[in-house]
Design a protein around this ligand. Structure first.
Ligand code: PHE
Length: 449
C-alpha cells in the first residue's frame, strides 16, 4: 500500500471525481430527459433524488475506497470478506460494458468536432443533417475508426498513471469545460427564446409528476453521478486520508447537478428560439438538431467546434474513470503492471466497442433479447447492473460495515458538518436509499408495467 498512488492535490481530488461524474449524461442525456418528462417537475424530482439517493450512495463508495486504499475487489474483500468481494465484480464487468458503448458516442463527438473544424458538417437543411448522421453512424468503417481513436487517447491517459495521467488531464479539462459551458450559457441567455427556455426548466408543473418521472429521475441521478459500479470507490482509494467524505460527496453532487442545469440553460433557450420548444429525443438532439441550429447563428461554426469539444472533454474524463475500475483490479489482484492491465482493459473495450459501433450499420440485425449490441450493453449495464451494484454497496455500508469505520470516516475534518447531518446521511444509507434503489430496479425490470 505504501507505494500506491494518491492524488497529489485537493483540487485533483475534486477535478477527477467531478470529471468522472460530468459526462454525456449531463450535457446530452439530462436536457433530453427534462424535455420528455415535462421540464421543471423533472428537475425538482431529480434534485430530491440527488439529495436522498445520490449523496448517500456516493458517500458509501467514498468511505469504502478511502478507508482501504484498494481497488473495488480488494476493498470489499478487506471490509466485507469472501462473499462481499463479489459485489465488486458486477461493477467491474459493468464498467467495461459502459466503456464500450459510451466510447462509441464519444467517437461520434470526435467525428463531429473534426467536421466542425473542416466545415464539412454544415448543410443547408434539417433533412440533410438527419441524412448525414444516418450515413455516418451506419457506415462500416468510420464509426469504428472513431471509437478506436477515442480508445487510443483514453489509453494514453490511463497509461500515464493516476497522478500524471488521470489527475493532470482532469485538472486541465474540467476548468476548460466549465468555461466553455459558461460561454454557451451567456450566449443562450441572449436568445429571444431564453425566458421561455428558462421557465420551462425551472417552473414545476406538479401534475407532470408520475411514477415514471420519479423513476426516470432516479436512474438519471445514478448514471450521472457515476455511482453504483465502484467507480467513485476506485477514485476514493487515491484520496489522501484527510479528505473529508461528506463535503467531497456534496461537492461532486453539487457540481454535477450544476453542470446538468447549465446544459439545460444552454439547450432550452436554443430549442425555444429555433425549434419552438420541439424536443427531439436522444442522439438526434446533439448530432442533428444542434448542428442545424448552429448554421443559423452568427459565429455558429465556432460554437459548433466549442460544443463538440465540450462533449469530448466531458466524455474522456468519464471514460478514464470507467477504465480505472478494471485497471486497478487487474493490477492489484493479478499483480501485473499498469501497462499490462491497461492493455487488457483497452483490448476488451476495443472488441466490444467495435461491435457497439457497428450496431447501427452492418450489425444492426444481430440481436440479443431483441437488442443490438449497443442497446444491450447500454440497457443491461445501466438499468440492471448499476442499480444492483449501487444497492449492494449502500446496503453493505449501512448494515454490514463496522459502525466505527462508518462514523470515523464521516468524522474526518467534519468541523463544518453537524451531527444532525451525519445522522441523517446514515439514516438514508440504511433505509431511504436502499428502498429507493430497489424501486428503480424493479421498475427497470418492468414489475410496475
Ligand atoms: N457519469 C458519467 C456521465 O454522466 C457516466 C459514467 C457512468 C461515468 C458510470 C463513470 C461510471 O456521463
Amino acid at each position: 500500500m505504501s507505494n500506491r498512488a494518491l492524488f497529489a492535490t485537493k483540487i485533483g481530488v475534486i477535478a477527477t471525481s467531478v470529471g468522472s461524474a460530468v459526462g454525456l449524461g449531463n450535457i446530452w442525456r439530462f436536457p433530453y430527459e427534462v424535455g420528455v418528462h415535462g421540464g421543471g417537475a423533472f428537475l425538482m424530482v431529480y434534485i430530491i433524488c440527488i439529495l436522498l439517493i445520490g449523496i448517500p450512495a456516493v458517500t458509501s463508495e467514498l468511505i469504502i475506497g478511502k478507508k482501504t486504499h484498494k481497488n473495488s475487489f480488494g476493498a470489499m474483500r478487506e471490509l466485507g470478506g469472501s462473499s462481499w468481494k463479489w459485489v465488486s465484480v458486477i461493477g467491474i464487468v459493468a464498467s467495461l460494458m459502459i466503456l464500450s458503448f459510451y466510447s462509441v458516442v464519444a467517437g461520434w463527438t470526435m467525428e463531429y468536432l473534426m467536421q466542425s473544424v473542416t466545415g464539412g458538417l454544415f448543410k443547408s437543411s434539417a433533412a440533410e443533417y438527419t441524412q448525414a448522421f444516418a450515413t455516418f453512424t451506419t457506415d462500416s468503417y468510420r464509426p469504428v475508426i472513431m471509437v478506436l481513436v477515442f480508445l487510443a487517447l483514453n489509453h494514453l491517459i490511463i497509461m500515464a498513471g493516476v497522478e500524471k495521467g488521470i489527475e493532470k488531464i482532469s485538472n486541465i479539462l474540467m476548468p476548460l469545460l466549465f468555461v466553455i459551458l459558461l460561454v454557451f450559457c451567456v450566449n443562450s441567455l441572449f436568445l429571444s427564446g431564453a425566458s421561455e427556455g428558462i421557465s420551462f426548466l425551472f417552473t414545476p408543473d406538479f401534475s407532470q409528476i408520475t411514477p415514471s418521472v420519479v423513476l426516470g429521475a432516479m436512474g438519471q441521478a445514478f448514471f450521472s453521478l457515476s455511482v453504483g459500479l465502484g467507480c467513485l470507490l476506485t477514485y476514493a482509494s487515491y484520496f489522501p486520508d484527510d479528505t473529508p467524505i461528506l463535503r467531497t460527496s456534496a461537492t461532486i453532487a453539487g457540481l454535477d447537478t450544476m453542470v446538468a442545469i447549465l446544459a439545460g440553460l444552454v439547450i432550452f433557450p436554443i430549442l425555444f428560439t429555433f425549434q419552438g420548444g420541439d424536443f427531439i429525443a436522444g442522439p438526434k438532439l446533439v448530432f442533428e438538431v444542434l448542428p442545424n441550429i448552429f448554421t443559423d447563428i452568427t459565429g455558429g461554426r465556432y460554437l459548433s467546434i466549442l460544443f463538440f469539444m465540450l462533449l469530448f472533454f466531458a466524455s474522456i474524463t468519464s471514460t478514464i474513470s470507467m477504465s480505472e475500475i478494471s485497471i486497478s483490479f487487474f493490477m492489484e489482484e493479478f499483480k501485473i503492471s499498469r501497462m499490462k492491465a491497461a492493455a487488457f482493459s483497452t483490448t476488451i473495450a476495443v472488441v466490444f466497442g467495435t461491435l457497439c459501433a457497428l450496431s447501427f450499420g452492418p450489425l444492426a440485425d444481430v440481436k440479443f433479447f431483441d437488442l443490438t449490441f449497443f442497446d444491450f450493453f447500454n440497457r443491461v449495464s445501466s438499468e440492471i447492473m448499476l442499480p444492483i451494484g449501487g444497492l449492494l454497496y449502500v446496503v453493505f455500508a449501512g448494515w454490514f460495515l463496522d459502525k466505527k469505520i462508518l462514523r470515523a470516516q464521516l468524522a474526518v475534518k467534519d468541523n463544518a458538518v453537524s451531527h444532525a447531518i451525519v445522522s441523517f446521511v446514515i439514516f438514508c444509507i440504511k433505509f431511504v436509499t436502499p428502498l429507493a434503489i430497489s424501486l428503480i430496479f424493479l421498475y427497470s425490470l418492468g414489475v410496475f408495467g
